[in-house]
Design a protein around this ligand. Sequence first.
Ligand code: GLU
Ligand code: ZN
Length: 295
Amino acid sequence: MTPPAYTGRFAPTPSGYLHFGSLVAALASYLDARAVNGRWLLRMEDLDPPREVAGAQAGILSTLESYGFEWDGELVRQSTRHAEYAALVERLLNQGLAYACTCSRKQLEGHQGIYPGTCRNAGHGFSDAAIRLRVPELVYRFTDRVQGEYQQHLGREVGDFVIRRRDGLYAYQLAVVLDDAWQGVTDVVRGADLLDSTPRQLYLQELLGLPQPRYLHVPLIIQPDGHKLGKSYRSPPLPVDQATPLLIRALRALGQALPHAADYASPGELLRWASQQWDATRIPRCLTLAEAQLR
Ligand code: GLU
Ligand code: ZN
C-alpha cells in the first residue's frame, strides 16, 4: 500500500481556548489538506498539566466541531505518549547526544536565551536535572511555502536545547517531531510563531532518521500594540455562535476567495466550498489585526 500523499494536522495546546489566531492556523491546515483530498489529524499537545486550563480540551474540541472541522481518525493526546518520549530521551542520553543540566534560571540569565553549554561535559546525574540535546555548529535551513527561505545557526542562535524539563515534563520540540513522524504527517501548517522552532525540529528529524515534512507558516496576527495574538495576550475565546462570520474573517486573513451567502448553509459547507477555492500562494507573510478584520 502506498502511504497517503498528504497528511496534515492541527495540534493545539490546551493552555487556553482557541482564539482567532488559532482559527487561522487550523483553517489553513484544514483547507490545505482537504484541497488535495488529504488526511487531517487532530493532536492535543497536553504535555504541561500545570499550565493546562480546566475545560480547555473540551472547549477546543467543541469549538472545532461547531466551526465545521472534521478530523480523520481518533484524537491523539500527547499525555498518552510518555513511554515513547521517555524511551527516546534515554536513547539520546545513552548515545551521548544529550546530557543533564542543573543550571538554575539565574545562572542562565544574560545569555539572550542561548544556552552557553555550561553542563555539556559536567557529567551530572540524570535525576533532578533538565536534559539538553547537543546541537551541532551548523546552519539548518528550509524553504517555507509562505515565509520563504529560513535559516538558523543552531550552535550560535539556539544552543543545546531542553528535551526533558527538570520537573520531568517532555519538551514540545521532542514530542512534536516524534509524533509528526509517527502519525505520518507530510505537511505542517501552523502559526509563524513556530518558524524559529523549525530548525531545531529539522535537526531532530535528521538525528533520528525521520522524514522531513513540508512547512507552511501562516502569518502571525499582530495586535495594534505590537503584541502577537495568543495565549499571553488573553485574546477572547472564539464564540460558538459566530462560526461563519469568523471563518470568513479568517479566510480574508489568509488572502482567500470569499463566499457568497448562497454558497453555504452551514460552517461545514463553507469549509468545503473554501477547500475547492484554496490557493496557498495567496497567503500573506504577515498581517496586522486591522488587516485581518477589515481588508
Ligand atoms: N501545540 C503548538 C501550539 O499550540 C503547535 C505545535 C505545532 O503545530 O507544531 O502552539
Ligand atoms: Zn546547565
